[in-house]
Design a protein around this ligand. Structure first.
Ligand code: NI
Length: 149
């Protein structure tokens, strides 16, 4: 005989997109100029270069019964602006952003760093993924996972 339980709650993924422009260079100071040029090509150019980044933040959860929202997108927009955009927009990612110090600002490393800034601030729903586009064709997705291998 079927036991009736609480109705299953639909799980949704809500996405907010933000944009910022920033300068960086890919350079590992532990290696020679020659190694950096060979490894990173023009991305290692000493005087930096810019990208128009797109950041997508995905929050998972069920709609709250009183609002119908997983998360208020206006609030999510504020969090992204405060935590990421205001700190990175029109900045040099190698030198000017406190939480990026010591990192090679590849899209991968930026995605992990952004996750760590955003995750504790998302209290409605849960942070599910972030996607960081360095160009229209190149992007990285991070879901807060660790490689067990
Ligand atoms: Ni670049």
């Amino acid at each position: 005989m079927a036991v009736s339980g609480p109705e299953p709650r639909p799980l949704l993924y809500v996405v907010r997109r933000a944009h910022f422009s920033a300068a960086h260079r890919l350079y590992n100071p532990r290696f020679s100029e020659e190694w950096n040029r060979r490894t990173f090509g023009k991305c290692a150019s000493p005087h930096y270069h810019g990208h128009n980044y797109t950041l997508e933040v995905v929050v998972a959860g069920s709609p709250h019964p009183e609002t119908g929202y997983v998360i208020d997108l206006a609030k999510l927009a504020e969090i992204i602006d405060e935590v990421i955009v205001q700190k990175c927009d029109h900045r040099n990612l190698n030198t000017e952003v406190d939480f990026l110090h010591g990192l090679i600002p590849s899209t991968e490393n930026l995605a992990v760093a952004f996750w760590r800034q955003l995750e504790p601030r998302i209290v409605q729903g849960r942070l599910y993924a972030i996607r960081l586009y360095e160009t229209e064709r190149n992007y990285v997705e991070y879901r807060g996972e660790y490689d067990a291998h």
